[in-house]
Ligand binder design. Structure first.
Ligand code: COA
Length: 322
């Protein structure tokens, strides 16, 4: 049986850092409110002329070097994002071209903050089916370009960035189990009201901003993330005590704490980047993975549970041995 395994990681964060104190000058908020309600202290903001593919290129180059592979080996590119460069061509093809990757399947998929987990799960299936030997999988967002900077309910939460992994076949897992889910009944709790086939004329106007019923999102997120984590471990026959690390979607420290508590996991086993990155949507999990590998916390051979939750709602988890 062939499994898939992450063999390299990388991340890119835009240069510009916006702190909570900077936000105090823009909207009626405070560092204290943002920190206590969300855990966010600062976030990176993409430059005006920078795109999602630009960030992905940087993250991918780091992951390729980390994996010790040549670009010519890559035969699959999948990007999870809700903020691609253009409506088409899909951003994976732009990245493929910019990196000089040979013709191969290259596509983006949109599952909001769960985008990377969906992309990684899809790559796992390609590899296990024998249809790919070396996948570049990314989660990336220029989400601040969609932001209404006068809306304190949302503008304090998000940030930009890109995370990349290289996934290859392996005799040993690797990715042990992947679980995806979605329930469209919650679509009105978190959405962006403009798209190519609906209300496109509103793009760039005051009417185009992230719409969120924060406290309802919070409740469903806590319930769903706790549930999917427990379910993933149970299906894999892994006890919570065997888990070395939880790498959750970095939306809100309180959601993360509640999920860890439900899992009976001490916060020392949880990777946190929300304070430095904010909610970077599809980029949050791969960037957190890269941070924790590079600072030496997550080590080869350890058991790691990654999970995410986002608009739709969508959700997903991946249990893996690094
Ligand atoms: N600064 C100061 N006050 C703010 C504020 C800000 N940035 N944003 C909202 N408030 C105010 C509200 O207007 C409200 O004031 P009121 O009581 O006078 O009406 C008060 O703070 C409480 O608002 P509420 O929405 O009940 O706060 P909350 O404790 O639910 O926290 C969130 C708000 C957004 C931080 C929280 O609901 C949350 O994190 N939800 C999940 C969001 C998320 O993760 N989304 C992405 C999912 S992938």
């Amino acid at each position: 049986m062939t499994y898939s395994r992450i063999v390299g990681t990388g991340r890119y964060l835009p240069e510009r850092v916006m702190t909570n104190f900077d936000l105090e000058k823009i909207v009626d908020t405070s560092d204290e409110w943002i920190r206590t309600r969300t855990g966010v202290e600062r976030r990176h903001i993409v430059a005006e002329d920078q795109t999602t593919s630009d960030m992905c290129i940087e993250a991918a180059r780091v992951a390729i070097e980390d994996a010790g592979i040549d670009v010519s080996e890559i035969d699959l590119v999948i990007v999870g994002t809700t903020s691609p460069d253009l409506i088409f061509p899909n951003v994976a093809t732009i990245i493929q071209h910019k990196l000089g990757i040979s013709p191969c399947p290259a596509f983006s998929l949109e599952a909001a903050c769960t985008g990377f987990i969906y992309a990684l799960t899809t790559a796992d299936k390609f590899i296990r089916a024998g249809d790919a030997k070396c996948a570049l999988v990314l989660g990336a967002e220029c989400i601040t370009k969609l932001m209404d900077w006068s809306d304190r309910n949302t503008c304090v939460l998000f940030g930009d960035g890109a995370g990349a992994v290289i996934v290859k076949p392996s005799e040993e897992p690797g990715l042990i189990s992947c679980h995806l889910g979605a329930d469209g009944q919650y679509k009105d709790l978190l959405y962006y009201p403009v798209g190519p086939s609906r209300d496109l004329a509103k793009a760039g106007t005051d009417e185009a901003s992230i719409m969120m019923t924060g406290n309802e999102v919070f409740k469903v997120a806590v319930k769903t993330l706790g549930g999917i984590a427990a379910e993933t471990l149970e299906k894999a026959g892994v006890a919570q005590s065997e888990l070395d690390w939880l790498i959750p979607h970095q939306a809100n420290i309180r959601i993360i704490q509640a999920t860890a508590k439900r899992l009976g996991l001490p916060m020392e086993k949880v990777i946190l980047t929300v304070q430095d990155h904010g909610n970077t949507s599809a980029a949050s999990v791969p960037m957190a993975l890269d941070v924790a590998i590079r600072d030496g916390r997550v080590k080869k051979g350890q058991l790691v549970l990654m999970e995410a939750f986002g608009g739709g709602f969508t959700w997903g988890s991946v249990l893996m041995r690094l």
